[in-house]
Design a protein around this ligand. Sequence first.
Ligand SMILES: [Zn+2]
Length: 83
Amino acid sequence: MLDYNIGDIVIIPVRCFTCGKIIGDVYEEYTKRYAEYQKAIKAGEKPKETPKEILDSLGLDRYCCRRMILTHVELIGESAPYE
Ligand SMILES: [Zn+2]
């Protein structure tokens, strides 16, 4: 039923487990913009967009998909090589 392999899942599940929407490409875009958001927060500045607004602008309107992205980003958290 799900057509990912083990290698994909280490990085990001390519599809939403619940509805099957492809989220791999959206996820990449989200992590870039989320990194900007975190940078602003750490610098004590007002971020130009919140994670919610990023998801909205990426067209992730279903909660199942949003949850997939959000939980994954939290997992990688600080260890992500953004700097
Ligand atoms: Zn979904």
